[in-house]
Design a protein around this ligand. Structure first.
Ligand SMILES: CCCCC/C=C\CCC/C=C/CC(=O)SCCNC(=O)CCNC(=O)[C@H](O)C(C)(C)COP(=O)(O)OP(=O)(O)OC[C@H]1O[C@@H](n2cnc3c(N)ncnc32)[C@H](O)[C@@H]1OP(=O)(O)O
Length: 288
């Protein structure tokens, strides 16, 4: 009898360890992401690809898997943020766009498109806590969220024209939906990066925070308001607001991806990317 009780207790202990291990697995399974659930069933998704959260195919496909998982597990909300107090994300990885095979560029571009579709169309409320610079692809990720809170003294925007290629139509639409046609045209054609204050003025972000902690307080306030709203009503309303863009990318996504791949592969664009990368390195060398 004594042996049986001991065995059962050991088995229970083992099982409970296994369960908590599995719970940790979800947050520890990723190379470039940390995913934690808070007490309100809100997922805090932190990008942690040092130094500047450059979006390569692997980080993007991890974000994509998390989004599927959060949808299946019916989370109450999601906060997308960065481990860094200087950069939210530096955008798509030049190393996968420069002198790369079309297949490599295609994987990168189709993975960001997959993320855009899942994040923009997610049933749960989403907030971007922007703790640093958010150029290009970084700005796109935040635009797919419903609410943007940005810490003071950084820059955000879509500077892609400076790299010699045009902004894809659906990304233009994301910007137009957020800051209006006139402001979007001025910003996109000049590749303008907005300071935090300018971004608030134009509506590119919704709130300014003095630091990460206060940004999280504001994110909680935003998400808490939905506790009294029936999720299904909220979800359908969000879908109605976002349907046009989602339908467009689900019908024409493959064409947009191919257009973007051939745009990036052009010799002139490749030259500009090389010059841009060299300029970044020089800036760094001169500042050291
Ligand atoms: C429906 C159609 C779908 C198809 C397409 C969908 C979406 C596409 C639309 C959006 C388009 C996106 C294109 C891009 O995103 S291209 C990337 C553009 N990014 C930028 O212009 C930003 C470049 N980076 C910076 O300006 C700075 O790094 C910074 C973010 C301001 C941070 O500055 P700092 O903290 O001083 O850090 P460093 O500059 O020293 O950078 C550290 C390190 O990282 C390297 N790096 C930075 N950004 C990138 C990058 N994007 N790709 C690759 N590598 C990058 C940088 O060179 C440093 O490397 P070393 O340490 O080796 O010197």
């Amino acid at each position: 009898m004594y042996r049986y009780v001991c065995k059962t207790m050991l088995r229970r202990l083992f099982l409970s360890k296994k369960v908590s291990y599995q719970a940790r697995l979800f947050s520890g399974n990723f190379r470039y992401l940390e995913v934690l659930n808070n007490e309100n069933n809100v997922a805090i998704v932190t990008m942690k690809r040092a130094p500047v959260n450059t979006l390569n195919s692997e980080l993007l496909s991890e974000i994509s898997s998390v989004l599927t998982n959060l949808d299946e597990t019916k989370c109450s909300g999601m906060v997308l943020t960065s481990f860094s107090d200087k950069v939210f994300s530096s955008g798509l990885d030049f190393n996968e766009m420069y002198e790369s095979r079309p297949a490599t560029i295609r994987t990168l571009v189709s993975t960001i498109l997959e993320v855009i579709i899942k994040l923009y169309g997610s049933p749960f409320p989403t907030v971007a806590v922007i703790t640093g610079h958010a150029p290009s692809g970084g700005c796109v990720l935040s635009l797919c969220c419903e609410y943007r809170i940005m810490v003071q003294n950084f820059q955000i925007g879509l500077n892609v024209v400076k790299l010699g290629y045009s902004t894809p139509l659906s990304i233009v639409q994301l910007m137009v939906n957020t800051i209006g046609h006139r402001n979007a045209e001025l910003a996109l054609t000049s590749g303008r990066l907005f300071t935090t204050n300018e971004a608030l003025r134009v509506g590119l972000i919704d709130e300014i925070a003095k630091d990460r902690a206060s940004a999280f307080d504001k994110a909680n306030d935003f998400l808490n308001q939905f506790k009294v709203i029936p999720p299904i009503a909220r979800h359908f309303t969000k879908q109605s607001m976002r349907r046009a863009l989602l339908q467009d990318v689900s019908i024409n996504g493959k064409i947009y991806v191919e257009d973007f791949v051939s745009l990036i592969s052009r010799p002139k664009v490749q030259e500009l990317i090389a010059a841009y990368m060299a300029n970044m390195k020089n800036k760094k060398k001169n500042s050291n």
